[in-house]
Design a protein around this ligand. Structure first.
Ligand code: ZN
Length: 502
């Protein structure tokens, strides 16, 4: 991507840096760091690293300062240098907890939030984000900002009128989710204006590839919260989708958090599940039963990767925590104006709607908000533990925001997901590998990012503590480097934007 941009830059001359976002004009020399990176068996000895045009060009002890005015020199102070992290499940156009109507009614708050969101991902070390359901226009706009993680997207291919487009008004849904799939068994319900040949698996994959998608996301979801009648795709449609995606060299993720949905994914041959399995056929238990273990063993045999996204469930639960909005960690990732709005009648809309569910009403009346989703959390944690113990394939992703909940804040949500993994028994080493090179490999980005090697994009973190020792090391990030631009962590905080009068 970057090389292509450089070529465009040379020919377009003026106005170039404005359209490119963070033009990496300065060279950067970082002295005295210990490199921790997944291609290395162990941390390096003290070394220097040189970055030019946003890429790593040299790694060696004692790289001399050539004295050129454009060379910026940083003293690493013997701290740890790692690759930037990848959050491979985000929804970047959404402000957590706000609908489109709320954004329209609170434009200044929404604008400040959208200004902060990219910085919040960086604040927590995420230098690459993958949106599992985006339009190419939004991703292009995101990547034109000065300071932001590099964004990529999957084309979302639900069967027509299935989840999640079922929640959007007609006919807008056909524009919002243009890669929907035709199903001839429901031909009479297909939208009149649409052409079935443009919604075959082949046509859909061709279109999303042309639009720049690096992956396909499809869905198997009959509904939840009292709904169970949504249309789902047939296994043949998804098999065809997978075969065209693989021909195009891109992976297919399936939205599947139920045992039946993951069984469907196994039958179809998907590459990954976009959620962990938190709904089991046997709802009476939260300890692994032989049937679930059997499904997990097949998932491992077929090397199907899992994105546990446990924060989806905490995002529902924490909404009902009366102290949630007083958590000081929110102040780094959300403007105060948005936190204040969450506390208003309007801002509480989703919490109130959830609280109307009789089961939730009862829990809340008894002060037991912590029990909400407790069984689902226990089940998905048990499945993640099993996968971790049996060396199953994982993909790191936070699903930010999952519901219309405000309890899925950008950046922080991924940081909390890391804690969930470690609590399930994933080692800090495995977590680090997954959030860097393994995520990069799954999405075909391993030549660009995921390790600290010559030629790669300089997306790096400088930390005071080692992330191989303890997940809390991610709270000791000092410096975030994106395509060679170094930004002090405190300057990425929402507190700093407010201090500077934005
Ligand atoms: Zn999602």
């Amino acid at each position: 991507m970057h090389r292509l941009m450089t070529v465009i830059c040379l020919t377009a001359a003026a106005g170039c840096s404005a359209s490119l976002g963070p033009a990496p004009t300065d060279d950067l020399l970082i002295h005295n760091v210990i490199i921790i990176s997944p291609e290395r068996q162990e941390p390096s000895t003290a070394t220097d690293i040189l970055i030019r045009d946003g890429r790593i060009v040299a790694i060696a002890p004692d790289i001399p300062n050539d004295g050129s005015a454009s060379l910026k020199v940083i003293d690493g102070g013997g701290r740890y240098l790692t690759p930037g992290l990848i959050d491979a499940h985000t929804h970047l156009s959404e402000i957590p907890g706000m609908t489109y109507q709320h954004e329209q009614a609170n434009q200044k708050i929404a604008r400040d939030a959208k200004q902060q969101i990219p910085r919040s991902y960086l604040y927590h070390g995420f230098t690459t984000v993958i949106d599992l359901n985006a339009t190419p226009d939004y991703i292009a706009r995101w990547n034109r900002r000065d300071i932001r993680p590099q964004a990529h997207f999957c084309g979302a291919a639900p069967v027509f009128d299935g989840y999640p487009m079922s929640f959007m008004p007609k006919p807008a849904r056909y524009k919002i989710m243009p890669y929907f799939l035709y199903d001839e068994s429901r031909a009479d319900e297909f939208p009149e204006h649409a052409d079935p040949t443009e919604h075959s698996p082949e046509a859909v994959v061709t279109k999303m590839r042309a639009d720049g998608a690096i992956c396909v996301k499809t869905h198997f979801e009959r509904g939840f919260g009292g709904r169970g009648d949504l249309p789902v795709p047939t296994v043949d449609i998804i098999r065809e989708l997978i075969s065209f995606a693989h021909e195009a060299g891109i992976p297919v993720l399936l939205h599947a958090n139920k045992q039946t949905a993951q069984q469907f994914g196994i039958d179809a041959g998907v590459d990954a599940f976009a959620h962990g399995m938190w709904t089991w056929n046997d709802r009476s238990t939260t300890t692994l039963n032989p049937e679930v273990i059997n499904v997990l063993n097949i998932i491992n045999e077929r090397d199907i990767a899992t994105q546990p996204t446990i924060q989806v469930l905490y995002g529902e639960r924490d909404l009902h925590n009366p102290d949630y909005l007083r958590n000081p960690a929110l102040r780094d990732v959300l403007p105060q104006s948005l936190i204040d709005w969450y506390a208003t009648e309007d801002g509480q809309w989703w919490r109130k709607r959830m609280a109307e569910n009789p089961y939730i009403t009862e829990l809340l009346e008894e002060g037991r908000w912590k029990d909400l989703d407790a069984n689902a959390i226990a089940r998905v944690t048990a499945t993640l533990s099993f996968l971790a113990e049996n060396n199953g394939a994982l993909i790191f992703g936070s699903d930010t925001p999952s519901d219309p909940t405000f309890a899925n804040p950008p950046g922080l949500n991924g940081r909390l997901e890391m804690n969930n993994w470690v609590a399930a028994g994933v080692s800090p080493q495995k977590l680090f590998r997954t959030a860097t090179i393994e995520n990069a490999q799954f999405f075909g980005l391993e030549n660009e990012i995921g390790t600290i090697e010559i030629g790669k994009r300089a997306d790096l973190l400088l930390l005071a503590e080692s992330p191989l020792e303890n997940v809390a090391a991610y709270d000791t990030i000092n410096l975030v480097i994106v395509a060679g631009n170094a930004v002090a962590r405190e300057d990425l905080s929402a507190r700093s934007a407010e201090r500077d009068g934005e």
